[in-house]
Write a protein that binds this ligand. Structure first.
Ligand SMILES: *Cc1c(COP(=O)(O)O)cnc(C)c1O
Length: 395
């Protein structure tokens, strides 16, 4: 292929283009429908005693009951598995449902988990408030130790990773961590919500389990809470056999339909989030009122091939963060991220949460930090909003 052809197709000539094609595949349904039907049924019946018995004995595989299996959910799961180059995937009612089901399927009392600092606050609460009293201890380490210390995972059952994490955006070289983990027989689990399969496919770097809060970019429209876990057949089978049915955090057919719908536009959305975010970060970094921008390290060889729309800014002392937040008009104040709308989350507000176990208190978050989620609005409008608010808030 000539250089001209390459530049004409740009990013689409690579993995992003392949994913865009995968996500555009029509569902080849009855009546020629291009989208999967929402199979809103709790149970599925059988034509005969024999067919019923064959299914119960595991000789056939059709859905029996929607807590465990549903055709609309299966369509989403199969697309997600293919998107991350995995053998299998399982959907959940929330990202936390997926995280809890994964961890409880893979640990037993006496096991130890090694986890990165600045982990998602509710995953931290799961480890501290539920797993620890059950005899499963978690130790927390700076992100870079997972690369620099090959012995860190000695005696560890699970390495629980976020790369990047969603506050400070420290990034891991996935192949290095996966290599250390394999030497110690530790299972590697990564929260891949930030990057999505468009910008990071962890299994291709040797990670065992990749999980998502699908409430974020995969849904993309701030109208769904859901989760998905992708991995090899053995691990997904263990989750399906044990924690999906017995904890019961199943993905509903309607939510699965919305997620399949979200995937249709995931690639162009992520490309636009990236484009706008790169522009905003470059402009913010040029301001004297900005001390520092925290964002992931983009390096396709180590994991991340592009930047999504979530990053954080540490403002200079001259900026009054309360005034800044109240002056924003396009960026709305709120938790979560990954939707069409731009959001701001000041660290001081998040720190005000009066919880017994608060990862933000434990790992420390700079008080001058504001996290931004860049949505799909016009980038000049977003810049105008930030710039005006910063001017109004600067003494
Ligand atoms: C939101 C989020 C979760 C939890 O997902 P829910 O869908 O809200 O349960 C997990 N990890 C990260 C990084 C998140 O941002």
């Amino acid at each position: 292929m000539s250089a001209d052809n390459e530049s004409a197709t740009g990013k689409d000539s690579g993995p992003a283009g392949k994913l865009a094609t995968l996500f555009s595949e029509a569902f080849d349904g009855e009546n020629g429908s291009v989208t999967p039907p929402i199979v809103q049924s709790s149970l599925f019946t059988f034509d005969s005693y024999e067919a019923f018995e064959d299914r119960m004995a595991g000789r056939t595989s059709k859905a029996i009951y929607t807590r465990v299996q549903n055709p609309t959910v299966a369509a989403f799961e199969s697309t997600m598995a293919r998107a991350e180059g995995a053998e299998a995937a399982v959907g959940f009612a929330s990202g936390m449902g997926g995280i809890a089901a994964t961890m409880l399927a893979l640990v037993k009392p006496g096991d130890r988990i090694a986890c990165v600092n600045h982990i998602y606050p509710d995953a931290y609460r799961l480890f501290e408030r539920i797993l620890r009293p059950f005899g499963i201890a978690t130790t927390y380490h700076p992100t870079e130790e997972f690369e620099s210390n090959p012995e860190l995972l000695d005696g560890v059952a699970i390495a629980y990773l976020e790369s990047p994490n969603s506050l400070m955006f420290e990034t891991l070289n996935l192949a290095t961590v996966a290599r250390h983990a394999k030497r110690h027989d530790a299972i590697t689990v990564i929260d891949n919500s930030w990057a999505t399969p468009v910008f990071q496919r962890p299994l291709e770097h040797g990670i065992d389990v990749s999980l998502h809060s699908a409430s974020k970019y995969i849904s993309g429209h701030s109208d769904t809470v859901a989760g998905v876990v992708v991995s090899n057949k053995q691990i997904i089978h263990r989750i399906r056999d044990l924690t999906l049915p017995l904890l019961g955090a199943k993905l509903a057919p309607f939510e699965a339909f919305l997620l399949t719908r979200g995937l249709r536009t995931l690639v162009p959305r992520m490309q636009r989030h990236e484009q706008s975010t790169n522009i905003l970060i470059a402009r913010l970094e040029s301001l004297a009122t900005v001390e520092r921008v925290n964002t992931a390290t983009v390096n396709p060889d180590s994991g991340i091939s592009g930047r999504s729309g979530l990053f954080s800014v540490q403002f200079a002392p001259s900026v009054d963060i309360r005034t800044f937040c109240n002056a924003l008009t396009l960026f709305q104040l709120g938790v979560s991220w990954g939707g069409f709308e731009s959001l701001a989350l000041p660290a001081r507000v998040a720190l005000a949460q009066a919880e017994a176990e608060n990862s933000m208190l434990r790992f420390g978050v700079p008080k001058n930090l504001v996290r931004f989620s860049v949505g799909l609005e016009g980038v000049d409008d977003l810049w105008g909003d930030l710039n005006t608010a910063i001017s109004k808030a600067t003494k």
